[in-house]
Design a protein around this ligand. Structure first.
Ligand SMILES: Cc1cc2nc3c(=O)[nH]c(=O)nc-3n(C[C@H](O)[C@H](O)[C@H](O)COP(=O)(O)OP(=O)(O)OC[C@H]3O[C@@H](n4cnc5c(N)ncnc54)[C@H](O)[C@@H]3O)c2cc1C
Length: 486
């Protein structure tokens, strides 16, 4: 069968088709803890290739999983059928307030191009220039400045994609499809959607308030509804000035309490790093410092400086106005994942399924308490950093490798509490292999049923990235074999 698919693809597709072990292995991993070796890898040359691959996959009852740069943290781009590598789709066309872009474009290339015109695309994942636009759209990525500018979903005007039937659709332009999506959105139980400022779980049908929003259901859909061929993204003028404060606190409780007051002054970012991370920064902090907040403003610099000085309960250790200084300190914050891994012995790192929950800011302190309970119960330790202003914390658990089967129990306990706090199980990284089995728990049976209808509408044969978002399987502790080899 595999030979027949290979032959059919090779004779149909103008791009490259790979079946060699080395290529399949390369595409079997991303930045998550998982590994799944695909059957084949296709690098389409054009739109027709994408349509052909999807139609061939449907005919041969295999799957198509589209991949960006593979920096995803929960295995969203891993699957066992055909992997679609979109690097040839890397066009950039600039207009005054938007850019039309191919999904294979690496974010760093877009940033450079926009900088020439003093513009920027606001979502800024800490991975920086390495991720692709397709992956950002597929995950509904965010970053530190999403506090002011929103996630990817808030910054997209239009998308063009090929669905699981092989049809090319542009949303919200295609009124027939847009109306259908709006109908789905009218049926949802909004009370069961989390009350947060960023959310990458499930299908974001809650964002579709009119047919003009129809494209939003695709943002964060992890390649399960269609393969995006191009997107029109909103762009903004680069702020003329910024100011960054780095503030040390003696307790996490005080820092988080202070976040609520600081947030009222509308900064562009409020970020948090804990003691383990700050210990890696080359600076002499007070020995009693337990955590830092990074607070940035990119407008009304003087008045905001006055305001923040009145409400800060920690100690300002840096007030930075020069671009190069601001860049250097943001680099410390953006290296948190690297620092946390560096600080843990390899045999103590365990897969990170609970790394990305987000709760309403007023409940963030309670989320830290939930984490304390988990650490006590499972004898784990945690490294924490993240986008505190959005109530979004990234958690790395440290434990003995022998405890790995407990990850599912930890996830169940943590996610139940996150949902009770009005939060989402993932604010940025998506459901992927780690969290898709919890999507029903997150949204309730009624909304999950609507998600299934949306999936069926765009991909009735379940060709596109199966078992992500909609699944009956439990994948959270499967496919970790390569990770567990120390
Ligand atoms: C060190 C580090 C820091 C990070 N920091 C952040 C952060 O601050 N904020 C944040 O949000 N994320 C962060 N991430 C997660 C990740 O980098 C981002 O979500 C990133 O945008 C994923 O892009 P990618 O190109 O690597 O996507 P991939 O991992 O390749 O794919 C991600 C998903 O997008 C889908 N996809 C890819 N292309 C398409 C397409 N053309 N059409 C439809 N679907 C598509 C894939 O199928 C998959 O489901 C971080 C990751 C690392 C390793």
């Amino acid at each position: 069968m595999k030979k027949l698919i290979l032959k059919t693809l090779q004779s149909t597709v103008q791009g490259d088709v790979f079946s060699q072990k080395e290529f399949r292995k390369f595409y079997s991993v991303d930045a998550s803890s998982y590994q799944i070796i695909p059957e084949l890898v296709v690098v389409p040359k054009n739109e027709k290739d994408v349509v052909n691959v999807i139609n061939i996959a449907r005919k041969f009852k295999t799957s198509v999983t589209v991949r960006g740069a593979g920096t995803g943290l929960v295995g969203s781009a891993l699957n066992n059928g055909i992997i679609l590598e979109m690097k040839n789709f890397d066009s950039i066309r600039l207009a005054k307030d938007y850019v039309t872009i191919g999904p294979g474009t690496i974010k760093g290339k877009l940033d450079k191009k926009l900088e020439e015109y003093k513009k920027f695309f606001p979502p800024n994942p800490s991975i920086g220039s390495f991720c692709s636009i397709g992956g950002m759209l597929g995950s509904n990525s965010s970053g530190s400045r999403s506090l002011k500018y929103g996630s990817v979903i808030d910054n997209v005007i239009e998308i063009t994609f090929i669905d699981g039937n092989g049809n090319k659709i542009t949303l919200p332009k295609d009124k027939r499809v847009a109306k259908k999506i709006r109908e789905f959105s009218k049926k949802i139980d909004r009370n069961n959607f989390p009350n947060v400022t960023k959310n990458s779980s499930g299908y974001r049908i809650d964002k579709v308030k009119s047919i003009n929003d129809a494209h939003k259901v695709f943002i964060g859909s992890e390649g399960t509804l269609g393969v995006i061929l191009s997107a029109k993204l909103k762009i903004k003028d680069i702020p003329r000035k910024r100011i960054l404060f780095v503030i040390e606190y003696k307790t996490i409780k005080n820092a988080i309490k202070n976040c609520i007051e600081i947030n009222k002054t509308k900064p562009s970012a409020i970020e948090f790093v804990d003691k383990t991370i700050l210990n890696q920064i080359k600076f002499k902090f007070d020995g009693k410092t337990k955590c830092l907040l990074f607070i940035e403003y990119d407008d009304k610099i003087n008045s905001n400086e006055k305001k923040i000085k009145l409400i800060i309960t920690g100690k300002i250790i840096k007030k930075l106005k020069k671009d190069s200084d601001i860049f250097r300190w943001w680099k410390y914050r953006d290296s948190s994942l690297h620092y946390s891994l560096k600080s843990i012995k390899k045999e103590k790192i365990i897969p990170h399924a609970i790394e990305d929950a987000t709760v309403p800011l007023e409940n963030l302190q309670k989320l830290f308490s939930v984490l304390d309970e988990i650490n006590k119960k499972y004898r784990t330790r945690s490294v924490v950093y993240g986008h505190a202003g959005n109530g979004n914390i990234h958690v790395r658990l440290i434990s003995d490798r022998k405890r790995i089967p407990n990850i599912k129990n930890i996830a169940i306990q943590y996610f139940n509490e996150v949902i009770k706090l009005g939060g989402t199980i993932t604010g940025e990284h998506g459901d992927g292999l780690a969290r898709s089995e919890f999507v029903k728990r997150q949204y309730g049976a009624k909304n999950y049923q609507i998600f299934k209808q949306i999936k069926k509408f765009f991909d009735p044969k379940n060709v596109l990235n199966p078992d992500k978002i909609i699944t009956k399987k439990s994948m959270i502790v499967k496919n970790l074999e390569s990770f567990l080899v120390v």
